[in-house]
Write a protein that binds this ligand. Structure first.
Ligand code: NDP
Length: 248
């Protein structure tokens, strides 16, 4: 039986759809109060908040572009102002701008690094002081197996996701004595809008490389996040692979 999260406050970046939405719902099912963030999809974010209300929990909806340091930090601060504390921070927001090095522009590089990696530093740096004060924090950063294995046409994305793993291990070492755990989840290919952008013939090739011969479901990633924050009290600095065996 997974432990309850009653009286805990969780912020999920990019919680309006895909993996982030499932993470927010799973946390709410266990009793946590939620803040979700979106950048563009307000209607989708509001729909998630309604689902959370129906589960008997609460959901604060916050617009912010996490690639912007002031907006990312503002997101954490608004959550703490609203609920009075922050126990769980899930850095999930992410984008792809896939191109081979030959075609990659500075803008493609910078937007992916700012959105996927720099955002994690911004939110964590805003969140940890109040977590230290309360001697409690659970931080989960959503990386990718691409950050471990690399991938053709994804040098910007791979660098951002590999950077998340390295950041996670360093932050975990610094914050462990304050009972703040910092872990990364590295999903494999997961059925969301991000994967829907991949052309069909490439999806077929990808499937052939996955030992379990199927894509992951967003909820399968969410349940690993929930395990870490609800029952992973002695787990920190780890990268948990939820990938159907595509990288071992
Ligand atoms: P989606 O594209 O389905 O959702 C992305 C979410 O991030 C949306 O809520 C989006 O909100 C939000 N977002 C994007 N840019 C920003 C921004 N600048 N500021 C704030 N929010 C933003 O992605 P997935 O659910 O597939 O991915 C979630 C995470 O999992 C990402 O970090 C991704 O890299 C990672 N991952 C995904 C895999 C997959 O196969 N799907 C595999 C491995 C890792 P909005 O629409 O409002 O902008």
């Amino acid at each position: 039986m997974i432990s309850r999260l009653d009286n805990q406050i969780a912020l999920v970046t990019g919680g309006s759809r895909g993996i982030g939405k499932e993470i927010a719902l799973e946390l709410a099912r266990l009793g946590a109060k939620i803040a979700i963030n979106y950048n563009r999809g307000e209607a989708e974010a509001r729909a998630v908040a309604e689902e959370i209300d129906k589960l008997g929990s609460e959901c604060l909806v916050l617009q912010a572009d996490v690639s912007d340091k002031n907006q990312a930090r503002g997101l954490v601060n608004q959550t703490i102002e609203h609920y009075g504390q922050l126990d769980i921070l899930v850095n999930n927001a992410g984008i792809t701008r896939d191109k081979t090095l030959k075609k990659l522009s500075d803008e493609d590089w910078e937007s992916v690094i700012n959105t996927n990696l720099n955002s994690v530093y911004y939110t964590v740096s805003a969140a940890y002081p109040s977590m230290i004060e309360r001697s409690y924090g659970r931080i989960v950063n959503i990386s990718s197996f691409v950050g471990q294995a690399g991938n053709f046409g994804q040098s910007n994305y791979a660098a951002s996701k590999g950077g998340i793993i390295a950041f996670t291990k360093s932050a975990a070492q610094e914050l462990a004595k304050n009972n703040i755990t910092v872990n990364a989840i590295a999903p494999g290919f997961t059925e969301t809008e991000m994967l829907a952008k991949v052309p069909d013939e490439i999806r077929e090739k990808i499937l052939a490389k996955i030992p379990m011969r199927r894509f992951g479901k967003p909820n399968e990633i969410a349940r690993a996040v929930v395990f870490l924050v609800a029952d992973g009290d002695y787990i920190t600095g780890q990268q948990i692979n939820v990938n159907g065996g595509v990288y071992m």
